[in-house]
Design a protein. Structure first.
Ligand code: AMP
Length: 170
């Protein structure tokens, strides 16, 4: 079973010129979903992970499934003013302007071993911001696991020195 067969390309979404990688066909297929989780679990075999940290919102599909499968806790990273309790935040650059991501202050304990997960690695700006926020909170980033790496956007360049894995590459 090739997981790439379950990724749907949607042209010009959410705006003209963007080729959107729609992962919902993969989520919809029980065997593909199961295989995806199993492959993510394999990537951390033999490693101690305390928390899986995922970003809003498509990181929330596999993040909790991975956390559950490996016996780790799950931490949601969200857009500003979505989390109810006290937060720490990290600003990051967009193509035009900046954006902010937030995480609850008590989500990461000093020394926590952290796996960061998102659905797509594109330019790497989002993942870089999450790495900074986790480290600010005292966590240790063990690796970053993505479902999809859009390698032509060179997201890995922003994450030099970190172990990056993906199940599907374009
Ligand atoms: P970036 O910060 O450029 O690496 O963008 C990563 C974030 O944007 C991830 O949370 C993805 O969900 C989303 N994203 C960026 N490009 C795409 C794409 N072509 N298809 C689907 N999601 C994308």
């Amino acid at each position: 079973m090739n997981l790439k067969d379950y990724i749907r390309d949607v042209q010009d979404f959410p705006k003209p010129g963007i080729g959107f990688k729609d992962i919902t066909p993969l989520l919809l297929n029980p065997q593909a979903l199961k295989q995806g989780v199993e492959q993510f679990v394999k990537l951390v075999e033999g490693k101690k992970i305390d928390k899986v940290v995922s970003m809003e919102s498509r990181g929330f599909f596999f993040g909790p499934l991975i956390a559950n499968a490996i016996g780790a806790g799950f931490v949601p990273v969200r857009k500003p003013n979505k989390l109810p309790y006290e937060t720490i935040s990290q600003e990051y650059a967009l193509e035009y302007g900046t954006d902010v991501l937030e995480m609850h202050v008590d989500a990461i304990q000093k020394g926590d071993k952290v796996l960061i997960h998102d659905d797509v690695l594109a330019t790497g700006g989002t993942a870089e911001a999450v790495v900074k926020m986790v480290e600010k909170a005292g966590g240790e980033v063990v690796q970053l696991d993505f479902l999809i790496d859009l390698t032509f956007l060179n997201g890995k360049d922003k994450l030099e020195g970190y172990q990056i894995n993906s199940l599907i590459e374009y």
